[in-house]
Write a protein that binds this ligand. Structure first.
Ligand SMILES: Cc1ncc(COP(=O)(O)O)c(C=O)c1O
Length: 420
């Protein structure tokens, strides 16, 4: 991937290059970094809000009864991020007691929390129910039974969504939650004797459940928009099928998956909104839609800055730059998802030569490097010539990095800073 002289503004509305210097929210980053130890994560709260509005605006126009965004906490559980989305009036999608407590401790309204974990242990659920959590996504028959058992114990009627698998293959993303191999969701099956309809009927008739909607999360970084459309068509047909049986579900939680640009342009929220408008056209005005987003909300708000710790050559003459941090404790997506990120020089100059660099992390582990893991081909990043201690910046670094990172080799985790 050639990333020579990328325009940072193509990746974040809050980044700007002026006279070779990089600014985030108008703050000169070279000055900001003086006396700070890298690697560093730096977030723009303004950009979080920009991304929130980018989703909200097109969806508000589709004609649904209501639209709400639920921030998917797993994508970035930092308190300041949660606080920003609280200020936006967001709902929150949580998948563990830890995430739930983080939102509640930050001042979140339990009624605006959706609990989606596929494994709901008794103690976890009891605490969630006692905390008055708004919605639970039921992921299987046993999940349903367990949830009901605890609701009965606590003597509360709880609102539930059925988490479905529309069985449409997504192919384009590593993180697919639909299709025949998915570990998530109850496969939709409208045959009379199906387990799926048994679950729906059970929930409808339970004294401890109020069955209010359907939950579907197809996966993260969805590029294959036609598969998305096909899946949404299945959900729309499901809702209409249930309506005919007098099961009127008012909440449609469409999960997350709005992708971000890691170097290739991706479909934006307008396209996702259009698909929902077209596929749910006849029943939209009866639906309260929830969009659970993580990656799209947080990726562009965060940048990751490294210093060059070492420069060397491999035996065939490739220039290697060694960063002062490991990918394991900064941006594990490089390893887990085999993703390249847009990377730029912190400072650019006129007439500085471009060099094709190999990029490796600070640990002795060979995995800790930029390399295509399927083909084992080396991956090169084109940057203006660097010297030891110069800085480079990973863009789109705000999603999933902090939540996933490890202290492998007991490397220190990067500090996190926020700009308003
Ligand atoms: C249930 C659920 N909702 C929402 C999301 C957020 O997805 P994304 O970050 O792609 O928007 C996830 C993440 O995988 C998820 O598991």
């Amino acid at each position: 991937m050639s990333t020579a002289l990328l325009n940072p503004q193509d990746y974040s509305d809050s980044l700007k290059r002026k006279n070779g210097r990089l600014y985030l929210n108008e703050v000169d980053l070279d000055q900001f970094l003086e006396k700070k130890e890298t690697p560093i994560f730096l977030f723009s709260k303004k950009q979080l809000n920009v991304q929130y509005q980018k989703i909200l605006k097109p969806f508000l126009k589709i004609g649904a009864n209501s639209i709400n965004i639920a921030f998917s906490v797993k994508s970035n559980p930092e308190v300041q991020i949660i606080r920003q989305f609280l200020a936006n009036g967001s709902f929150f999608e949580v998948t563990s007691l830890g995430e739930m407590n983080r939102v509640l401790e930050t001042g979140g309204d339990p009624k605006k929390i959706i609990y989606t974990n596929i494994v709901k242990l008794d103690l976890t659920i009891e605490q969630a129910i006692r905390s008055n959590i708004g919605y639970y996504a039921i992921d299987s028959y046993h999940d349903m039974q367990r949830l009901e058992k605890i609701a009965k114990k606590v003597d509360r009627k709880i609102k539930v969504l059925i988490r479905v698998n529309p069985l449409v293959e997504l192919n384009s993303t590593l993180f697919s939650c639909t299709g025949s191999r998915s570990k998530i969701g109850i496969p939709i099956d409208l045959n009379e004797q199906s387990k799926f309809l048994e679950i729906i009927n059970y929930c409808k008739n339970s004294s401890f459940f109020s069955l209010v909607g359907i939950h579907v999360h197809l996966g993260s970084q969805i590029i294959n928009i036609e598969s998305y459309r096909r899946a949404m068509k299945v959900i729309s047909e499901l809702l209409i099928f249930l309506q005919k049986r007098d099961i009127k579900l008012s909440i449609l939680d469409i999960g997350g998956g709005i992708p971000v640009n890691y170097g290739n342009p991706t479909p934006g929220p307008e396209l996702f909104a259009l698909i929902i408008k077209e596929e749910f056209n006849t029943i939209l005005n009866q639906l309260n839609i929830i969009i659970e987003s993580g990656r799209f909300l947080t990726a562009s708000a965060g940048i990751l800055i490294f210093s060059i710790g070492n420069i060397k050559q491999d035996s065939i003459g490739n220039e290697i730059i060694c960063l002062d941090g490991s990918f394991f404790n900064t941006i594990p997506d490089v390893i887990v998802a085999n993703w390249s990120f847009p990377i730029i020089n912190l400072i650019t100059g006129d007439n500085v030569p471009l060099i094709k660099y190999r990029l490796v992390g600070a640990t002795n582990d060979t995995l800790d490097s930029y390399q295509d893991r399927k083909t084992l081909d080396l991956t090169f990043v084109t940057l203006q010539k660097l010297s030891i201690n110069d800085k480079i910046v990973f863009l789109q670094a705000g999603a999933y990095s902090l939540s996933f990172n490890s202290s492998y080799c007991l490397e220190k985790r990067p500090k996190v800073y926020f700009l308003e």
